[in-house]
Design a protein around this ligand. Sequence first.
Ligand code: BEZ
Length: 224
Amino acid sequence: MPGLLLGDEAPNFEADTTQGRIRFHDFLGDSWGILFSHPRDFTPVCTTELGRAAKLAPEFSKRNVKMIALSIDSVQDHLAWCKDINAYNGEQPAEKLPFPIIADKNRELAVKLGMLDPDELDKDGMPLTARVVFVFGPDKKLKLSILYPATTGRNFDEILRVVDSLQLTAYKKVATPVDWKPGDSVMVVPTLPEEEAKKLFPKGIFTKELPSGKKYLRYTPQPE
Ligand code: BEZ
């Protein structure tokens, strides 16, 4: 079955992009990576999304995350569309964005990665790419996937927020609760015994009393 599941290794595909031909593993190197697809070039929601992604590129870079986009259009179309995206952002209408866009005219990668939306068809009745986000860790394994239909634009602040959570929880034995933002308290993972947790989190642990009497709701300040 095509598509990627959490924990799968990123396929090491070759592709043409707006910044030349790439091999995906070489592109990622030792960095984190975000691969995000959009339905089509020269469409309104996609233009707002890629504009926002371009503005947030320094934030992703600060977090050591390499960005790469994909849609089922040609490099030539991508380059022409980049001018519109930059103009939408109030910049000079240049062909360059701070990240490459993969050209997948034959839909080969979109099929392999499970990105096609059967409900959203082009004028020839062929499916368009949905709004997929894959976040890969430095081990090239899939850490997060998000799938939105063509008609709903993503929230790139939320994507940055999940990157912050993924990076924090990859290195510390914590989990981030509902609506967590960087700097908020985090939860001690339920599998960590109390004595070990006390040693690991010297800033202290607050355990909320619950009717069950079970001591699983354990907060600690965000570790450094
Ligand atoms: C858009 O990006 O605006 C869009 C693309 C395909 C279907 C619907 C909206």
